[in-house]
Every structure is written in C-alpha cells, then in structure tokens.
Design a protein around this ligand. Structure first.
Ligand code: SAH
Ligand code: TMP
Ligand code: ZN
Length: 411
C-alpha cells in the first residue's frame, strides 16, 4: 500500500480511500473445499477502508461475483429456524403495513425462498432474483417464483416490461454483497412504483464496531452500512430513509426502509439514528484505528486460549462452519492443530474442509455422539437457538468458547 501511484477509490463516491486494516490473504468465506483443491485455492488481499467523504465502510478488493455465487453456493438460509421465523415476521410487516391491493413484491437474493415463501403461501404476486442455481431450485420447490440471474438494470427493465413495477423491493443480507451498488440502486429506481417501498437489512456497522465482530468482514460483505452511508447513496437517486429498525439477526443488523422523496412521513428513528452515528464518531478516523487495535487484541486472546487448551490436552471442536469463521480462522492462523473439526448441519459443507485453514467439516452427529471438552461457537449470531438445544453438551461437562464481544469460556 506504500506505493502512491496505487490509488484505491471509494466504490460509492470515487474519492480516494486508504485501508486502515489488513486481514491478510483471505480465501472465500463460503469456499469449503476438498484436499485435491487445496493447491489451487483462491486468495485475495482482505483490506478494509472507511471513506471519509461518503462514510461508507468497504473492502478495498473483492473477488469476482461469479466466484462466490454459483450452482454450488454453500449457504442455505433455511438452516436456521430462528431466521425462518424472522422472515415470516418481516413478510407480515410488509403485507400489513406497506402493500396496496393486488401487490407485486420483488426480492433480491431470495436464496431458498425463506422470505418469499410467506408471500407465495398467500398467493401474493412475487419474484425472487437469485443467481445461485442450487438455492434458487430449493425456492422453486416451495412454490416461490424466481429468476436465476444477477440483478442488473436491464433485468429491472425486463421485469417491468413483463410484470409491471413493484410495490415493494425487499432484500436481506445481499445489498451489502454487491460492489456495483449504484447500478443496483438505479435498477431499484426503475423497478419501483413511484409510491413503492424499499426494505432491506444487513449487518450494521455500529454493531461490528461495538462488539468487535470483525468476522462480519469477509469477501461477500463488500460493505458495512450505516444510516449515514445509506442516506447518502439512495439520496442520489431521489430516495430517502423513512424508517430504520434495528434487528437482532446476524449479530446485529439494521433494516432500512426507503421511498421516493416526499412520498412518506419520516419517523423519528431515522433522525435519531443519524445523530447517534455522529455522536459515536462513525465518521472519524480514530474510531477505525481503535477498532483495528481491538481486532488485534481479540485475535491474540483467542489464539492464546486455544493454544493453552491444546497444551492441556483438551479436545476442542468448532460449532458451525459459518462464512464468518473463515475470517477468524485465517486472520488468527488457527488450523486443525488447534480445532479438531467443525460440526455443521449443512450437507454441502460436510466432508469438505474450511477455506484456507483446512479444518475438516463434519456432520452434526460427530459433535453430538462424542462431545468435546470445548466447542468454539462460530455461529454466535445463532447463540440463542443453539444454546437452547445443546443443554446435553453442558451436562456432559462441555463448555462453550465465545469471542464476541469478548474472548472467553462461558462458565
Ligand atoms: N436473503 C437470504 C440470503 C442471503 S445470502 C437471507 O438473508 O438469508 C445472499 C444471497 O444473495 C445469495 O443467495 C446470493 O446468491 C445472492 N446474490 C448475490 N449477489 C446477487 C446479485 N447481484 N443479485 C441477486 N442476488 C444476489
Ligand atoms: P450463518 O451464521 O451465516 O447464518 O451460518 C450458519 C451456519 O451454521 C450454517 O452453515 C448452518 C450452521 N448451523 C449449525 O450447524 N447448527 C445450528 O444449529 C445452526 C443454527 C446453524
Ligand atoms: Zn466514498
């Protein structure tokens, strides 16, 4: 990064940005692989930057999207019961509060239909846009209509021609994935009825800073949004935030509700969140320098703890091979010498190895049938659901290791 001729530009406002943290060489978060693929494994430099002009937090380099989202995409939304309930409530809110008669709803990144199923079940006209074929097929199996394509402006135009404009444009955990956000927002502007509503949610920058949950930073998460950065981006296309609602999902997310300027009342929550971000110095360099130091401390503490348990001869496994864990394992340099295997309920991940760190991913039964001394809770965002069903692990004398917001053994 020392070379002045090499200038990185903000993906949103094109101002120069400088990375404030480097996580080193990083493989794909969902790039679970077999030993014969180790030699050819893909890596990119994972550096994060904060744009002091438009306030967008972003990755400086991103892998190509086709490399991440394809016919063997490893993440199935429906693997969490809690998330299924969450999307049911999300859909109910949209239906009750935002839809006119005979509505048309579009969802970006509809995955296995976890959200749109709720509209399909009520015979509401809908369309999912989902480029990863395997998950899109799963959605179709639930009666959800979708196109297997990346969202583009021309796709937006095609949808308008064939189905008309949308009353609601929904998205969850996908807007933050897309580097070419201007094109996406232009596409939304084309697709949306003048009176339509845009609702999307993504992990919130404020939660990541507060909880030091740096594992939210991985290849697919090109951005970490805030109210300030979203207002800036959508403002350029005549839209504004009309409501903002914090969510517990994915370790702390934010739901952004936007519409064309002047078409709806703006809730106090919007003004309050914008002030909160200013008061908490989301726009200041120091904030990110502190965050970097906190990440380093967290990393050192986790490595020390695992090495210590290893020296004591304890059996340590991982619980849930999340995409987030790829950042933890690679940034901390943790491999199979410290974590015996990671148990995961997703069939496509089982029998494979974790990206970069090459820890075996095994079926859940390997955990359940032979409890370890310690389990690192990689799916900390699903802690409530997991803790509730793993009482027997504790009864067997097993203990959880957590790392968000602090690295510790749960006693
Ligand atoms: N909405 C679901 C899935 C999130 S994972 C949930 O919250 O659980 C992100 C999904 O977005 C993946 O299924 C991926 O294939 C899809 N996706 C990625 N880039 C996209 C793009 N440019 N257009 C539409 N979908 C995209
Ligand atoms: P996520 O954190 O990106 O939602 O991914 C969750 C991963 O955790 C997914 O691979 C499924 C796995 N998982 C389990 O193995 N057991 C569980 O009980 C839950 C909730 C998730
Ligand atoms: Zn910028």
């Amino acid at each position: 990064m020392g070379d002045d001729s090499f200038m990185n530009k903000c993906l949103i406002c094109r101002e120069e940005i400088k990375p404030f943290i480097s996580f080193g060489k990083m493989p794909l978060g969902n790039g679970f692989l077999l030993p014969e693929q180790f030699a050819e494994e893909y890596y990119f430099d994972m550096d994060a930057a904060f744009c002091s002009n438009c306030k967008m937090f972003q990755l400086v380099q991103q892998p190509d999207e086709e490399q991440m989202f394809h016919e063997n995409y490893a993440f199935f939304s429906g693997s969490s019961v809690f998330m299924a309930k969450h999307f049911q409530k999300f859909a109910e809110d949209v239906i009750k509060n935002y839809l006119p008669d005979d509505p048309f709803v579009v969802e970006l990144g509809s995955n296995d239909g976890i959200m749109l199923k709720n509209f399909a079940d009520q015979k509401i006209r809908h369309l999912g846009i989902e480029p990863s074929r395997n998950v899109a097929e799963a959605a179709k199996g639930k009666g959800v209509e979708c196109v297997t394509e990346f969202f583009t402006e021309s796709l937006a135009e095609k949808i308008v021609r064939e189905k008309g404009q949308a009353d609601a444009f929904l998205a969850a955990n996908v807007m933050c994935h897309i580097p070419y956000l201007h094109k996406v927002v232009k596409g939304i502007a084309t697709l949306l009825k003048p009176t339509g509503i845009v609702m999307f949610e993504d992990p919130y920058l404020g939660d990541v800073l507060k909880k030091i949950s740096y594992d939210q930073i991985y290849d697919e998460h090109t951005f970490l949004f805030s109210a300030t950065s979203i207002q800036y981006l959508f403002g350029q296309y005549g839209m504004e935030l009309v409501d903002i609602i914090p969510q517990k999902t994915h370790g702390g997310s934010m739901r952004y509700v936007l519409s064309n300027k002047g078409t709806r009342d703006i809730t106090e929550a919007v003004t309050e969140q914008l002030s909160y971000e200013k008061e908490n110095k989301f726009d200041r360099k120091d904030t990110y320098d502190n965050f970097k130091q906190n990440c380093e401390k967290s990393r050192d503490k986790l490595v020390e703890l695992l090495k210590d348990l290893n020296t004591q001869g304890k059996r340590v496994v991982g619980y849930a091979a999340t995409s987030k864990s790829t950042t933890i394992l690679n940034y901390c340099g943790i491999g199979p010498e410290l974590i015996e295997f990671i148990s995961d309920t997703t069939p496509i991940k089982q029998g494979k190895y974790t990206p970069g760190s090459h820890i075996p991913v095994r079926p859940y039964s390997d955990f359940k049938d032979n409890y370890p001394d310690y389990a690192v809770l990689f799916a900390w965002n699903h802690a409530e659901e997991i803790m509730a069903k793993e009482q027997d692990f504790l009864k067997s004398g097993g203990k959880w290791i957590v790392f968000v917001p602090d690295v510790k053994i749960l006693e």
